[in-house]
Ligand binder design. Structure first.
Ligand code: AMP
Ligand code: ZN
Length: 486
């Protein structure tokens, strides 16, 4: 299948033609969220970028098996196999069981993904559901001589591995420099080498999430889950492995090492990495205190926000940047996206009202082909959006009676919008023309305003959350409350 699609491969540091191993089947694995708390907007950007890629592959006729995991165990606070377990810590804080934390934030993640109108993955495996697969893989890595057990913890032997394989293949860093930069072994662990990382971690007496293993009771390290689950569902060699750019240097580097130490095969043909969402130039992260939750963005309830923005405005804002460019968040940029998105939707609404003429002043096929060309050039969504605005100008010109369009070109316009705006970008119109609903919501919003004035927050929250569960999001701003469908 030659679709003309070129994608940037982190592994080779260049754009390559997309030639799947078993076309039309495509195996794609994306590292999913760690569900010990809410996903922030930065995380959402990565998942929205891979949704675009998933949708475009499907549009091209590929049968994509898209696996996106849920990390629900084995995440320690420190980067280097140290510190408290994030799930246990959160469970204590919220006075819940760790698996209640997992359930709560998995459901929250799914709600957010639905609001952004992303497609669910084909398989969404969890780390805790695949403990035996991880143990089997660790056993194999040990028997192949690339890992060792010390005091109930199993470490991957990076030095041994790097004698035969290139440990820094993904990032092209210098191994000697990395060895020099990692901190001295403090003596508090049993690692032989500074870069060695844990495959299995011995449980402390207070560890709640623990499983028996050949090395005693413990829990898996973070990296092994993705190697074990990608191999299980996509095979030892598959097409695309993705995640945010921040994962390349450690998590994905270690994944490649584990898979090669086990099967002697580099697991993915194409490694794809999305760039970061930033706020005033700094990476959005919860620990930096600049991580908006999607709900805060939709409602406008955050000190950095002037007002709320709807899910589709936010998604449109993200699609206006290429997935490998950084994207800086600002109220002004979102304001502009809101206007742009509305202009696009208004034009699409007009499409059914345009009447065709015998002749046509416009040719739509070149616009369509430019959109395909842009998507084929490593999923260049901002170029597609610029082309779509050319089509918007055509629609507005015909609507204003300043030009004519034939039935054939009008059909092409409809196909263009349908394919790129709805099918490939996964955008949808949030405005409704349902006047009854408008009236009912005006009344409910007024009752809620009264409740808030009386400091009856239980009622105002009940109204907001009740409407949210029915797919209606309220947005509060200084000018009052508005709503949109999610
Ligand atoms: P986590 O839940 O922290 O494991 O992250 C889930 C996904 O979000 C990973 O692929 C990260 O690389 C990605 N990610 C984290 N922060 C950002 C950000 N600021 N912008 C874009 N993606 C991010
Ligand atoms: Zn992963």
């Amino acid at each position: 299948m030659n679709t003309g699609l070129q994608l940037y491969n982190t592994l080779t540091r260049k754009k390559e033609p997309f030639e799947p191993l078993n076309a039309p089947l495509v195996g794609m694995y994306v590292c999913g969220p760690t569900v010990y708390n809410d996903v922030h907007l930065g995380n959402c950007r990565t998942f929205i970028s891979f949704d675009l890629i998933f949708r475009y592959l499907k549009y091209n006729g590929f049968k994509v098996r898209y696996v996106r995991n849920i990390t629900d165990a084995g995440h320690l606070e420190g980067d280097r196999d140290e510190g408290d377990d994030k799930f246990a810590k959160r469970a204590k804080l919220e006075q819940l069981e760790p698996m209640e934390i997992v359930q709560k934030y998995t459901l929250g993640f799914h709600d957010v993904m639905r609001m952004f109108n992303t497609l669910p993955p084909s398989i969404e495996p969890t780390a805790t559901g695949h403990i035996s697969e991880q143990i089997e893989m660790i056993k194999e890595i040990i028997s192949n001589g690339y890992a060792y057990e010390a005091g109930g913890t199993v470490y991957f032997d990076v030095e041994k591995y790097s004698k035969e394989y290139n440990y820094t293949i993904l990032t092209n860093r210098n191994l000697e420099d990395m060895l020099a930069n990692t901190r001295e072994l403090g003596g508090q662990d049993d690692k032989r080498g500074r870069l060695d990382f844990a495959l299995w971690i011995k449980a402390k007496p207070e560890t709640i999430m623990r499983w028996p293993s050949p090395w005693g009771v413990g829990f898996p390290g973070w990296h092994i889950e993705c190697s074990a689950m990608s191999a299980k569902y996509l095979g030892e060699e598959f097409d695309i492995h993705g995640g945010g750019m921040d994962l390349a240097a450690t998590h994905h580097t270690n994944e490649i090492a584990q898979s090669e130490a086990c099967s002697h095969k580099q697991p993915a043909k194409y490694w794809m990495h999305t760039n970061m969402l930033t706020v005033n130039g700094a990476r959005m992260s919860k620990s930096a205190g600049n991580g908006f939750l999607p709900g805060e963005l939709f409602s406008g309830d955050h000190p950095l926000l002037k007002k709320g923005f709807s899910p589709m405005t936010v998604k449109f804002f993200m699609l206006q940047a290429h997935y490998r460019s950084t994207l800086d968040f600002s109220n002004e940029a979102l304001d502009a996206s809101e206007k742009g998105f509305r202009r696009l939707m208004t034009a699409i609404d007009l499409l059914d009202k345009l009447s065709a003429s015998e002749k046509s002043d416009f040719e739509i096929e070149p616009i369509y082909l430019n959109c395909v060309k842009a998507m084929n050039d490593d999923f260049n969504s901002p170029v597609v959006i610029a082309e779509l605005f050319d089509a918007v100008r055509v629609i507005n010109t015909v609507h204003d009676g300043k030009g004519v369009i034939s039935a054939q070109e009008l059909d092409m316009l409809k196909k263009l919008m349908n394919d790129f705006v709805f099918e490939i970008f996964g955008l949808k119109d949030e405005e409704t023309s349902n006047t009854d609903l408008n009236g009912v919501l005006d009344l409910v919003i007024d009752i809620r305003r009264g409740a808030k004035e009386n400091k009856d927050y239980a009622t105002s929250d009940k109204i907001r959350l009740g409407l949210q569960s029915m797919g209606i999001q309220l947005k509060d701003s200084k000018e009052g409350t508005t709503w949109n469908k999610i």
